[in-house]
Write a protein that binds this ligand. Sequence first.
Ligand code: CA
Length: 249
Amino acid sequence: MAARDDPATDRAPDRGLVVVVEDESVIADVVRRYLTAAGFAVRICRTGQEGLAAVRADRPVAIVLDIGLPDMDGLDLCRRLRDGGDWTPVLFATARDEDVDRILGLELGGDDYLVKPFNPRELVARVRAVLRRAGGPGGAGAAALRVGRVRIDPGRRRVWVDPDPARPAAGGEEREVDLTATEFDLLLHLARSPGRVFERAGLLSAVWGYASAAGARTVDVHVAALRAKLGDASPIRTVRGVGYAADDR
Ligand code: CA
């Protein structure tokens, strides 16, 4: 009996559901086996439409998303989710370098990516890291903090910016900003030590939970996305040749 041969099936899935949108069945099967062994329930979807429907119906804790799908581009799928207000953490899987450029270059709210062929253990580690970010490090009840014109509620994982004091005509209401889990954690990490300069490698291991050669660029792209969303209220300062700091001003 096949199920008895597979240690993955001996463990009850209790870490939540991961939707895997992947049309290559060999990859999908390997991913399923490793995620199941790590305690996740897994639903494999072969097309983008199926993936969209599964995400909407089943509310997964994370999505592993192939870019090259038969009926749509995985980046479009992610964009449609985000446009619909769905911020489920997304881990992109891609076989092409140019896709990495697109993932990093667009503000899609993807949380991480892996380049095929990837080590399935690495994929499991990345999924865990994405979920750790999505669920923390704020923690329920953690005190709100403020850096410059940005107010952060770590427990509820929400962020607001104050109106520009120099432009009262622009309106006096603070504005809530939608951030991805990764953007939120990066901002929170910087904001917890105002003025302190963090190196990219340190940010990568603290926020992403791993170190990689390509990591510096990942940090830069997320900082750029944060700045775009926070606008002129962004407290993030570039320290040339070193990294970033959040200034409380
Ligand atoms: Ca594919």
